[in-house]
Design a protein around this ligand. Structure first.
Ligand code: ADP
Length: 499
């Protein structure tokens, strides 16, 4: 075997290598084969395997070489059991091929896979345990949330009944607050339930025919009032190419849009919010719908954008009190969008606004599917089209009625917006609607971003009073902030006059 060994160092190879003739008699075994099979000391040169039958090492399928003459086993790599001299055995992965000499000589190369198999079994076991644990966890979450819903609805029912009877204002206010808290709790329970179902892969989408323009109208109506109340513009457009009817899960599409629009409203103090619906592709009897929700709010820094769609993550933990929420909303949106065959993306710039866009595939109604196929768009081209639409949305976000002037502290537009927010804020404080008061407070804080320290400090004190939900303190701090703003405005006027 010397010349072979000089080309390929078989003797030192980690693989077991055995040569045998057509009668199955072994003529050579390398060091790895001799040691592993117990026919020689590690490092020794004695070849105790020479002259033995290959059937001693692999009784299956060669049993003494007599029952089987096709030694090559088709030349394929396969799993065999190798027997040691002491009759113990271990699994190997082996390939047997005819050597030189036209079927006179065979070579077997085998790897010990005992450890690999152990490892494989262990990994399998760990995986199974993790699967069981995840299943137990999601079942637990599903049960707990279900059990929570019953008492919450019990409280809600009773509160509503009492609300019909009470006359006294204080009690009524307390009951209204309880009603709102129950509503919030139900929303959180819904989110956790959705999340655990999605996590466990048990979420089933509905597939029904519905009028998509009506759906968009419904979503618009739900948000219009609150957006207008905050003094923001709201534009909704549906491209004429979007079919009248589609087949899909209407409720879940509404859920995603509600989430994105509520976030847009939460994080926008000035400017506008837009919702656009387009049809970006059609393939067979399916259409791709593309939704864009854009705002001119606080925006999201680049470093935080990756975290957005992760469960339980809020960009800045300190804002969770201010805006509420569990950080599950976008993660649920992402999973729902993916279940509908689409993708959700965000494009944003700090202090300038955000554009969330997502695509979903829905069944096309018969009417739409009969349109000429030439208007189908596929693959990469489709990606380009979505990117172009997103860019258009960003440009639209940046232009318009000059939100820049409103944002820049000290401009007449900014002063006007500040005054408007503070007067709405004090109304909410008087009605002890703290949630809304916080919303106007945040808008005021953003509008006072470039103000002198005196104004900023007054704004911070007012914010703390609102967070403490103290009417007296909030009213007093509101007055102080208004005075500070007045003084500052006067100084600014004198300064300008002097120039
Ligand atoms: P939550 O239910 O707590 O609002 P989401 O998953 O909907 O959770 O949002 C997670 C976080 O992403 C928010 O807390 C906020 O920090 C950020 N975010 C989402 N939408 C916007 C937006 N339009 N503008 C700025 N920040 C946003």
């Amino acid at each position: 075997m010397e010349d072979e060994n000089s080309i390929f160092p078989m003797e030192e190879a980690l693989e077991m290598i055995l040569f045998f003739n057509k009668e199955g008699i072994i003529s050579y075994a390398n060091a790895a084969a001799r040691t592993k099979l117990g026919y020689g000391e590690p490092g020794g040169s004695e070849d105790g395997l020479r002259g033995r039958s290959i059937g001693e090492v692999f009784p299956h399928p060669f049993r003494d070489g007599r029952e089987r003459t096709d030694y090559s086993l088709g030349g394929e790599q396969q799993k065999l059991v190798a027997y040691r001299r002491n009759k113990t055995c271990f699994p190997v992965e082996a390939r047997i091929a005819p050597g030189r000499g036209g079927g006179e000589l065979f070579v077997c190369m085998a790897n010990d896979i005992l450890e690999q198999e152990h490892l494989g079994r262990e990994i399998g076991q760990i995986r199974e345990e993790a699967r069981q644990a995840a299943k137990a966890k999601s079942e637990f979450v599903a049960n707990v949330t279900h059990e929570l819903r019953t008492p919450v609805n019990g409280i809600l029912g009773n509160v509503r009944e009492l609300l019909g009877d009470v006359r006294d204002d204080r009690t009524k206010k307390a009951l209204l607050l309880m009603e709102r808290c129950c509503g919030d709790m139900n929303k959180i329970i819904d989110n956790i339930l959705d999340f655990s179902k999605l996590d466990a892969g048990k979420f089933v989408l509905e597939s029904r025919r519905f009028n998509i323009r009506n759906m968009v109208d419904y979503v618009r109506e739900q948000h219009r009032g609150r957006i207008a109340e905050k003094g923001l513009d709201f534009f909704v457009t549906v491209s004429p190419q979007v079919p009248e009817y589609v087949i899909g899960d209407e409720l879940r599409m509404v859920q995603i849009l509600n989430n994105l629009l509520s976030n847009a409203l939460k994080f926008t103090a000035v400017g506008k919010i837009t919702l656009q619906l387009l049809r970006t592709a059609r393939s067979g009897d399916k259409v791709e719908l593309f939704f864009i929700v854009s705002d001119t709010g606080i925006g999201i820094g680049e470093e935080d954008r990756d975290k957005l769609f992760q469960s339980f993550s809020q960009v800045d933990a300190s804002i969770s009190r201010k805006y509420g929420g569990t950080g599950l909303g976008l993660s649920i949106c992402k999973q729902l969008v993916e279940l509908m065959g689409g993708r959700i993306e965000v494009e944003s710039e700090k202090n300038r606004g955000s554009t969330f866009s997502f695509s979903v595939w829905a069944g096309a109604d018969g009417e739409d599917a009969s349109q000429p196929l030439s208007d189908d768009i596929a693959g990469d081209a489709n990606d380009d089209i979505r990117t172009a639409f997103r860019q258009m949305a960003r440009q639209a976000r940046e232009e318009g009625d000059g939100p820049e002037d409103v944002r820049r502290y000290g401009t007449p537009e900014n002063r006007e917006a500040l005054r408007r927010n503070l007067s709405k804020l004090i109304l909410c404080v008087e009605m002890e609607n703290w949630e809304k008061a916080e919303m106007f407070m945040e808008a005021a804080r953003q509008l006072a971003e470039g103000a002198p320290p005196e104004v900023k400090r007054a704004a911070l004190r007012l914010k703390m009073a609102i967070q403490k939900e103290s009417y007296e303190k909030a009213a007093a701090e509101h007055e102080k902030l208004s005075e500070a703003l007045g003084r500052e405005e006067e100084r600014d006027g004198e300064h300008r006059h002097g120039l």
